[in-house]
Design a protein around this ligand. Structure first.
Ligand code: CA
Ligand code: CA
Ligand code: CA
Length: 635
């Protein structure tokens, strides 16, 4: 039961509530004076598409609370106190002419008063911020803890046991941080990527989990166990450093993507012992269902509701309490939180973790709210499925059988990633690439998918069975030249090895104080690293130089066991990509007329092959060197 009071709208009702509140207090221990511990969001903007904004105030002794504004420019309404008096929800309207500054509210009970701090922020400029991600971008995934330690003063927070800070333990914090990323922005420019996806920077618990399992002791160095949706991880830096990172990245022409996790929080979150509402989570720490990951039930119109509810409501694991987005106050909290981070930092995109375990109606609401305020804003959802039917079901732009269009901008293309790993480790024919790409018919616009090289949840290419450096190079070239928005993973450009998590999250060489060499510089790279880095850079440069590789349609030209040849074509520009994974040189006739090429056209080998092919009898014969990917620019 909620205790309601709404001073501005219904005074009579609020009087009744006060009477009821005092009745409730009779016989209870004397109530102490109210206090405020946390205000979420702590700030907002005038002329925002969300007005009023709903505040969640955590505190003590809030029973019967009345809340009022202290300055013109804001008004308070719809005040609701939760049953234990530990939270107040309230709406705050911001007048369009309200100037930025401090607008504290006063909360008052029969036992005293307390202040709710609240700020109206100056909006960040539209020129450089909130730019969204397009096929002109190449995304680079970086984990702050494992990339570079730019500030050793944050490596051992006072509340962290020594065991938590141990570079020798792959599950402990290694000291990397936001300053480390700032220090190496030039590296991303040199490589040729245009956007950084940074794994979650919400504050996580600083402690160590002990257990008798092989994965203990462990920590939340990865950031996916938020204990505060409105704070920056203290080991990574602070809000000023985060804003500096986004600002400096933008000045260099690099976009920033925030990793958001609306599906769950960490079990150390204060909400676990003290939830704002009884149905804030699906269950409690002691009583909850575990997700059985029957993910296909989220796609099937024939699934039974018991399995669907388990997949939506079950906890990802016992350590990740599942948020209940069907409770309107939870949905509102999370949508505001997503918008607050965008507004306060200026990020250009969002990667939404474990998105399919949230109701599709909520995904739609979140997408709409982001686009309404920031028209170019882009969100990519992690639907970790090797079945394109499932990823396509979640991308926006079409209505599913449930009558819903999620309006989600992008999904990761795990299906094509999987086919590429199998083809380039010789487990499947090269035809498998074309055979997977034919299912692009499932997408309303397949150019919008995010094509991943790898990520922090998958073994690195070089550690796959059957992997070779040449295979890794072909996989990279294919990922960068196929349709979609390519997403690379830190260290793959150095042919780094690493098996399952956390081995696939090794420290970037040269990012840490006692490293003996630095792969940030050409001189510090081994011969293998140099080869992979230069190769990756060459393909990224080719992509940057040719609109056909960024925006062109994809046309299959030839495919067999060892070879896949396709064209990317945009307006008057054509690039032919020819991949030969076999040990022999191959001569391949491609149907030039089919892509509108004439007798005087030439296909000039730019990467891989250095031969020029001419067109005759409606075909062109390409000579493909063994174990390489070639790019032919058609002139
Ligand atoms: Ca550090
Ligand atoms: Ca922390
Ligand atoms: Ca869920």
């Amino acid at each position: 039961m909620l205790v309601r009071s709404d001073l501005l709208v219904n005074k009579a009702f609020s009087f009744l509530v006060c009477v009821l509140a005092s009745v409730v207090a009779v016989g209870a221990a004397p109530q102490g004076s109210p206090s405020v511990v946390k205000v979420e969001p702590p700030s907002w903007w005038a002329r925002h598409t969300i007005d009023p904004v709903r505040l969640l105030v955590r505190g003590r002794n809030l029973q019967g609370a009345r809340v009022r504004a202290t300055r013109a420019g804001t008004t308070v309404s719809n005040v609701v106190v939760n049953k234990p008096g530990s939270y107040v929800f309230l709406d705050i309207n911001i007048h369009p002419s309200a100037r930025p500054g401090s607008y504290p509210l006063v909360v008052e009970t029969g036992q005293g008063v307390a202040t709710i701090p609240f700020t109206i922020e100056l909006p960040l400029g539209w020129q450089r911020n909130f730019q969204g991600i397009t096929t002109n971008d190449v995304v680079y995934l970086v984990m702050p803890d494992r990339f570079a330690d730019g500030d050793q003063s944050n490596n051992a927070p006072p509340d962290a046991p020594a065991l938590a800070n141990d570079r020798k333990n792959p599950r402990a914090y290694h000291g990397g941080d936001l300053r480390g990323i700032i220090n190496h922005l030039q590296y991303f420019k040199e490589l040729g990527v245009t956007a950084l996806w940074v794994t979650p920077w919400y504050d996580n618990w600083n402690g160590v989990n002990a257990c008798d399992k092989p994965w203990c002791p462990n920590t939340y160095y990865h950031g996916y166990h938020a204990i505060d949706y409105y704070a920056v991880e203290d080991r990574f830096g602070d809000m000023a450093t985060l804003r500096e990172l986004v600002n400096k990245a933008h000045r260099l022409g690099l976009k920033v993507i925030q990793d958001q996790v609306a599906n769950h929080v960490g079990s150390q979150h204060p909400w676990i012992k003290n939830p704002p509402l009884a149905d804030w989570f699906h269950g409690t720490l002691d009583r909850h269902s575990l997700n059985k990951f029957q993910n296909s039930t989220l796609l099937s119109p024939h699934a039974n509701q018991q399995e669907v509810r388990n997949t939506l409501d079950g906890w990802f694991n016992d350590d990740l309490p599942d948020m209940n987005q069907e409770q309107p106050d939870v949905a509102r909290y999370e949508i505001q939180n997503a918008l607050w981070w965008v507004g306060i930092t200026g990020v250009d995109g969002i990667r939404q973790d474990t998105i399919q375990y949230m109701p599709r109606a909520f995904i739609r609401q979140l997408s709409d709210s982001l686009h309404r305020q920031y028209p170019k804003m882009w969100m990519v959802g992690e639907v970790f499925e090797r079945d394109a039917a499932q990823t396509a079901f979640f991308i926006g732009g079409h209505v599913g059988w449930d009558g819903l269009d999620t309006k989600l901008d992008s999904v990761f293309d795990f299906a094509l990633w999987n086919a590429s790993l199998l083809a380039f480790t010789n487990k499947l024919s090269m035809r498998a690439l074309r055979d997977q790409l034919k299912y692009d018919s499932l997408y309303p616009d397949a150019s919008k998918v995010t094509t991943l090289q790898n990520n922090h949840d998958t073994p690195r290419f070089l550690s796959l069975e059957g992997a070779s450096l040449e295979g890794a190079m072909l996989h990279a070239a294919f990922t960068i030249s196929v349709r979609g928005i390519p997403q690379l993973y830190y260290g793959e450009e150095l042919a780094m090895e690493g098996k399952e998590d956390p081995d696939n999250r090794r420290d970037f060489p040269g990012g840490f104080p006692d490293d003996t060499r630095s792969a940030f510089t050409a001189q510090g790279r081994t011969a293998t690293e140099r080869r992979m880095f230069e190769w990756t850079r060459a393909w990224l440069r080719l992509r940057a130089e040719h609109s056909s590789l960024r925006q062109g349609r994809l046309i299959d030209l030839f495919y067999d066991n060892d070879v896949y040849v396709f064209a990317r074509q945009h307006v008057n520009e054509t690039v032919i990509i020819a991949i030969n994974r076999g040990a022999q040189e191959k001569k391949i006739a491609v149907p030039a007329a089919a892509i509108g090429l004439r007798g005087n056209s030439q296909a000039v080998g730019t990467i891989g092959s250095n031969e020029t092919a001419t067109f005759a009898n409606e075909t062109a014969t390409l000579t493909l060197p063994p174990r390489t990917a070639s790019a032919y620019v058609v002139r």
